[in-house]
Design a protein around this ligand. Structure first.
Ligand SMILES: NC(=O)c1ccc[n+]([C@@H]2O[C@H](COP(=O)([O-])OP(=O)(O)OC[C@H]3O[C@@H](n4cnc5c(N)ncnc54)[C@H](OP(=O)(O)O)[C@@H]3O)[C@@H](O)[C@H]2O)c1
Length: 210
């Protein structure tokens, strides 16, 4: 398509990375119009069992890195009068998982953070929105598709659609928020979860048991 792309191998949990990453991207590709914050770590442990270093790792990667990336990009977007920010949340921000307490809390914090900024930057051409996936087939859950894994059963029960989502279905929602026509949509959260954010039984189960 004649477009240019660049990839940078960085650890966003490191404090000095955000400014350097943004500077490198601007040097190679020009001013940043769109920021999508996607990197996250999820470490399974009940709160009382969570190791201090795992708590810190999730806070650094899933929240503080976002703060630094927003600071490194959004003021410049506002100066230019155009910007699109999409953060990737999760269905657990709405329905927290006891086995993922820090991850769930950081996703909820993400949403509060960008909603506040949405208000602040609404008059300057910068929109900030959040996309919250349900179960999506990615590397993160590849272990469930190993021989003997529970992927088929697990993914069938994870949404009203009776399946997991695909990464492209999340990307579509992100692209929607970034479209020029989405200029009046800000501070929103969109679930991409096959309806899993809505309590209730799936159609098949409801029919089977009245
Ligand atoms: N898959 C799901 O079912 C699901 C559901 C709800 C929400 N989400 C959200 O969707 C987003 C993408 O998740 P995913 O399923 O694609 O997860 P994934 O397969 O675990 O991929 C996570 C990505 O984040 C990167 N990353 C993690 N820590 C990083 C760090 N400190 N610095 C730079 N990169 C880092 C990883 O890079 P490396 O591989 O190099 O470590 C990897 O590319 C996340 O925000 C996740 O919370 C996923």
């Amino acid at each position: 398509m004649g477009r240019r792309a660049a990839a940078y191998d960085v650890d966003v949990a490191r404090r000095d990375v955000a400014n350097a990453l943004v500077a490198a991207a601007e040097r190679d590709l020009g001013p940043i119009d769109v920021l999508v914050v996607c990197a996250a770590r999820s470490i399974y442990a009940k709160l009382e069992d969570a190791r201090e270093e795992d708590v810190d790792a999730q806070i650094e990667t899933n929240f503080k890195a976002t703060v630094r990336l927003l600071n490194a990009t959004v003021p410049a977007m506002a100066k230019r009068g155009f910007g699109r920010v999409v953060t990737i949340g999760s269905i657990v921000q709405e329905a927290p998982l006891p086995i993922l307490p820090i991850y769930s809390a950081m996703k909820a914090a993400h949403l509060a953070l960008i909603r506040g900024l949405a208000v602040r930057y609404a008059s300057q051409g910068v929109t900030l929105n959040n996309v919250s996936p349900g179960l999506i087939r990615t590397e993160r859950n590849a272990w469930r598709r190993e021989p003997g894994g529970d992927w088929d059963e697990f993914s069938r029960s994870c949404s009203h659609a009776g399946r997991a989502g695909e990464p492209e279905e999340v990307a579509c929602a992100v692209a929607m928020f970034c479209a020029p026509g989405a200029s009046f949509v800000t501070g929103e959260n969109l679930f991409v979860a096959g309806g899993a954010q809505i309590p209730g039984r799936r159609e098949g189960a409801a029919k089977a048991s009245g």
